[in-house]
Ligand binder design. Sequence first.
Ligand SMILES: [Zn+2]
Length: 250
Amino acid sequence: MAATYRVRALALRKTKLGESDLIVTLLAADGCQIRAVAKGARKTKSRFGARLEPFSVADLMLSPGRSLEIVTEAETVTSHDALRSDYDRLRAASVIADFLDKVSVECQAEERLFALATATLDAIEVSEIADLRSLVVAFLVKGMAMQGYRPQLAACACCASATDPGDVRFSLAAGGVVCLACAGADLSVVPVASDVPVVMDALIRTRLADISELGVPEAAMNDTFRLVKAFVSYHLPARMKALDAYLREG
Ligand SMILES: [Zn+2]
C-alpha cells in the first residue's frame, strides 16, 4: 500500500460521485492541482463534508489512488464561511476558484499562486462589497503575471518605443500597450481608455490588503476589468463560466 502524505490545500470545486462520495478539486500549497475522492463526504455525519467545501483551506492526509487520490483526514485551517453565505462574496470567490481550476491543471509548482489565492479569498471575506470587483481584477492581473503574462505597460510591447498617451492601444497577443505602427497589423489590438494601463500597473504593484486604498473610480475599474477579462480569455482558452457571469452581471 502506497504511503499517505500530508498536504495543505484550497478546495476549488466539488462534484458528486456515486451515492455519498465527492470528488474534490484542490489547489495544493505548491500550486499544483490535486483531484481527490472523499468517501462518504455527502453523508450528514461525514467528518470531511464541511471541511472540503469550496474556498476552504485544509490540512489533508491523502492516500495515492489509481487515478484520484483518496482523502483519509481533513483538518480545517480557514473555513472562509462568509464566502459561501453572502451572494456578492460568493460570486467574487467563484471567479478566483474558476481561474485557479483552469490554470493549475498542468502543475507548474508555483507557490506564489497559493499564497495569492488565499490572500485574495481572505480579503474578499472581509472587504466592503463595493471593493469586491477591484479585488477580483487585481487577482486576475497578478495571477496572469504569475503564469508568465505580466502586461507590458510602460512602452510598446513590440518595439519598446514610446506610446501615445492620448490614443492607447493594447495588444492581447503581445500582452501590453503597443505603438500605432505596431498596432497596425495586429488583429488582437483593442483600444483602451488612457487610465486603464495606469490602473493595471497599480493593481500589480499593490498588495491585496491595500487595494481598496487605491480609490480607483468605478468607471476606470470597469474598463480595466473588461480588458483583463479579454486578456485572460485570449491566453487561457478554457471557458471560465464564473468569470463570464461576473463581467456580465456587473
Ligand atoms: Zn511598437
